[in-house]
Design a protein around this ligand. Structure first.
Ligand SMILES: C[S@@+](CC[C@H](N)C(=O)[O-])C[C@H]1O[C@@H](n2cnc3c(N)ncnc32)[C@H](O)[C@@H]1O
Length: 280
């Protein structure tokens, strides 16, 4: 039984990192004027009202987009992200946070296709409402980890696959590696983005080791923490693991992550990692 609801967390520092990397990768892939296939294995409900009782409960968005919204000294990648969130808030006030499906649909073109998986019934219903008029999009209320495999390789032969689990199930750190291996076997040139939380560092060490021995090449890791590692404070950091990253990503993240760690870190405890986990 899944209980995770992204409405409590939308726009937090983890979304900020995830969506900065997503936007960078989509901007890069869009440069080639050829159709692209976007797959979101864990889509969420797509659009989040920041004045809802869920978002207001812990106001997590203040630790992410809330801290960046008014700044005028944003590095280019962060500026692209904030601009996109501003486009979703016409009044100039931060009231809405678009999730990954809306970010991707806003950035992609007429010839691109988007496939969104969301297992939770209520979330999937909301997602359908949000994207129903968009003919490029297909929503599936099913398991994105297993079912999206059938879409690979996409007919476009160009694709970005975002894997953004809530890690509610303990063995998900292993499952995502198995899924990536299967996906990569079918579609070796795809750009894969895997989000992960840092809740207990041991699980992340396991995940990284499993990827290092997976046989998959060209993997980079980008991590942002707002507090030092701790087993008591829940998620203190999170990261994005990228397979076949745009060649521009590493350099940009070397600039952006120290800046984000400084801007979003609590009590000057911000931290970051930029690593080539597996060479090309
Ligand atoms: C972190 S949220 C997604 C946020 C979204 N990607 C974004 O960036 O806006 C994870 C979502 O995955 C859903 N979920 C969990 N397991 C799933 C699975 N195996 N297949 C599809 N959806 C799943 C949850 O219900 C939840 O809505």
């Amino acid at each position: 039984m899944l209980s995770y609801q992204h409405a409590y967390h939308a726009g937090n520092f983890a979304d900020a990192l995830k969506h900065v990397v997503l936007i960078h990768a989509l901007n890069y892939l869009k440069k080639k004027n050829k159709p692209l296939c976007y797959i979101d294995t864990h889509a969420g409900s797509g659009d989040y009202k920041l004045n809802s009782s869920e978002a207001q409960k812990n106001q997590e968005f203040q630790s992410g987009i809330g801290n960046l919204w008014q700044r005028e000294d944003l590095p280019a990648c962060v500026s692209d992200y904030v601009k996109l969130i501003k486009q979703a808030n016409h009044s100039g006030q931060l009231l809405r946070y678009p999730g990954s499906p809306l970010i991707a649909s806003q950035m992609l073109g007429d010839k691109d296709r988007l496939f969104l998986y969301e297992l939770h019934t209520a979330e999937s219903r909301l997602l359908n409402e949000v994207v129903k008029k968009d003919k490029r999009i297909k929503v599936f209320r099913s398991n994105g980890l297993t079912d999206s495999l059938g879409l690979l390789p996409p007919k476009e032969n160009r694709g970005l696959i975002l894997i953004d689990p809530s890690y509610e199930i303990k063995n998900e750190y292993q499952t995502v590696v198995d899924v990536l291996k299967d996906m990569h076997k079918r579609f070796a040139t795809g750009c894969y983005l895997l989000w992960y939380p840092v809740v207990a560092r041991k699980r992340n060490q396991y995940l990284e080791r499993a990827l290092q021995i997976s046989g998959i090449k060209n993997i980079q890791l980008f991590e942002l923490g707002i507090q030092a590692d701790s087993d008591e404070h829940g998620m203190t950091a999170c990261g994005m693991i990228v397979i076949n990253p745009p060649w521009t990503l590493l350099g940009d993240m070397q600039q952006v992550l120290p800046w984000l760690a400084e801007a979003l870190g609590q009590d000057q405890q911000g931290l970051y990692r930029v690593e080539q986990l597996v060479s090309e």
